[in-house]
Design a protein around this ligand. Sequence first.
Ligand code: ZN
Ligand code: ZN
Length: 889
Amino acid sequence: MSDQKILEKSYDPKPVEKKWADFWIDHKLFTPETPSSKQKFSLVLPPPNVTGSLHMGHALSYTLPDIVVRWKRMQGYNVLWLPGTDHASIAVHNVIERKLDKEGIKKEDVGREEFLKIAWDWKEKYGGKIIDQLKKLGFSLDWTRERFTLDKGFSRAVRKVFVDLYKEKLIYRDYYLVNRCPRCGTVLSDIEIEHKELRSSLYYIKYPLKDSQDYITVATTRPETMLGDTALAVHPKDKRFRKYHDKKAVLPLVGREIPVIKDKSVDREFGTGAVKVTPAHDPTDFEMGKRHGLKQIIVIDGTGKMTEEAGGEFKGLDRFECRERIVSKLKQQGFIEKIEDYVHSVGHCYRCQTMIEPYLSWQWFVKIQPLAKQAVKVVKKGKIRFIPANWSKTYFEWMYNIHDWCISRQLWWGHRIPAWYCQKCHHIMVAEEAPSKCDRCGSSQLKQDEDVLDTWFSSALWPFGTMGWPEKTNDLQTFYPTDLMSTGFDIIFFWVARMIMMGLKFMGDVPFEKVYINGLVRDFKRKKMSKSEGNTIDPLDMVEKYGTDALRFTLAALAVPGMDISLSEERMAGYRAFVNKIWNASRFVFMNIQGTPPEIDRKEMTLIDRWIKTRMNDIIRDMNDSLGKYNFYEAADKIYHFIWHEFCDWYLELVKPDLKEGNKSSLSVLVDTLDQILRLLHPFMPFVTEEIWQNLPVDGQALVVAEYPKTDESWEDKESEEFVNVLKALIVEIRTIRSENYIVPQKKVDLMIRTMDKKVRDNILKHKKYICILASVQEIEMVEQFPSDKRYLKGGSGNLELAIPIESGLIDFKTEKKRLEKELGKIKEDSEKLQKRIKNKDFIEKAPEKVVQETKQGLQELEEKRVKFEWNLKQITEWSSEDRSKRRP
Ligand SMILES: [Zn+2]
Ligand SMILES: [Zn+2]
């Protein structure tokens, strides 16, 4: 092979990324083998909402598993990463309703069927934009298996789960007080409620006792609910109210007689110690009402408006409007004792931030305790592990305090509840397919439940529903349970816990073995990114500016387990520079390649070859270790420093003399080293690595399916490493002396080295070409003592000292003297500043330990520099005066 490839002068990510993203998909390189003798590694993608557009949170929680997936695939696992989208009931409703709203239409005007048609059309046209974005970013998902939570197969799985749980009495229907969002028009589960501290008022209202001048005062934050009061309650042991036990009070404004009941749940410390009881509008009152057989009067409907039952005067009023009206009437009639400022926690809809309304209605629930019990067990036993481990604490806490899960939603877009009501005998039938007649009375007048299921009910089945359950498919057999779930902490309860419960229930096994919880993405000031703050960073903008590889690497490098990520564009610009560095280094390699190099001949290897091979072996070990622990930042940091500071800064320089001599072994090692580096880096920077690798004279279809490097202890060679470290130290020292003394690189110097170590001495002589070329040295002489009659600049220390003899003309003494004096002045100034700081008691006590250490170290470095500069100055002063005396006649 003689056609020698040369890379383009500079790297342009855009066309390269498109090319390989398409190539990988077209060649089905993300599709696992079936059947396969290889060990499997599987995971499912947390399905983004079909309404979604890629944000930085996605970019992070998809990049990290993609690194693992690519690594495992290269390690030879049969890898499945299964993608898809979630139908996201409420989010789609919001989109469509907003659209209809613009045309002045309500969803009720179009009706259920038409609405669903619009929603499907919308989904086909605009939904799944995020899928294109995921493809563009090259996440290595198997698109041949893409699923949607509302597709046919998945819907069947959802119905079967519902029916099975119903048969086992783990799903039931109940008339219960639930949370409803008046704006979204649906009930929500407990965890869909966000509690916010609100400043409001506490109203003290007097309730007159029947046939008495006496009254009981109660405190409430919601006076409008008094229209639905059916009792007053006091604690049975509260002496203050003993005389009112079993008396009747008269509800102000309404005139209804209500009993004064005794209940232990009354908090004696709150307000006056007596409370009003509104069973239809407050969870505590609801329970109390059940205990005492109180009537439940609904005075506020699900949209937040007052009902007929609230009374003609208030009917149809908004809840907050009604509050004002009630308070002013109570004031007028002398029923208000006082009004106090009050701060309390109020539930809001997590979707639209509207204040939720407790709402008494028929709903469907999952009886959660039996499912939760199993789900706790598997985490306790370590069958599922959270990474970082402390998230399991949060998980347990929630699981121990879990409430039954309200799963019905008053929406249309979603899985309609598979329950049918007989219009004749009110019998309820739950079935996978619509029954044709009532199995109790035979009537064919059946009506399906109008509600759909909570979106999270279907997402909970994602790990097995996507693999064809309830059929016993090959995929289930091969890929379930999955190995890893990567997601944000905010959906541990919404999703992770429920997947565990459903997986155990229906597959008899955990859905995944590890749960990696990634941090939040914050801005560079560590502030949470939000649209209203205007500090969001759009990942697609970053891709446009810096390339996908730079974005991915930034996210990985910042992903410290258990920590939030503080993102800055600067960091991304830095990693774009890293991409360019790799590109340029590769160009250098390509310029040296002629055809396919022969196998590495171990006997022919130079010191540099041996050294880079042993260092390579170390970095391979490090990378596999860090990735195995999901320490993405650590792996990123290691490969970055290896490539930049060892491969580019040293190896490519040190190998030049050998390449120049036409050393075949060195060329083989050079190509091999670049090949290995690209493989190691590929999971982090898939595009640039694939592009370069495809041009390398090595076998294989694509880097994405090439083998990930494994350690090979036979390359271990500590001796070469030790000596190359000596070489590097010498070269650095000479370069420092040269630059400190303004000796230009073109000017070659001679070098004297003094060491007692025979091995080092021999090695230096044997390998002196590297020093000569890299430090621009003419001749190296090993000496026992530095001659006293010669002028020289000194360096090194301890057992390895060096000296550069000063011939005439090498240094201009006069300018050099001036420069040294100036430098010394600056050093003194700087060190005085630091000394002052260290002597300051306040600083030592208050500054962080790290800063104090850094200051002390800085001072020490200045001190060392001062000694060296003073020595040099002394020398130069002497030499210049000698020169002058010589010139005297
Ligand atoms: Zn809402
Ligand atoms: Zn019937």
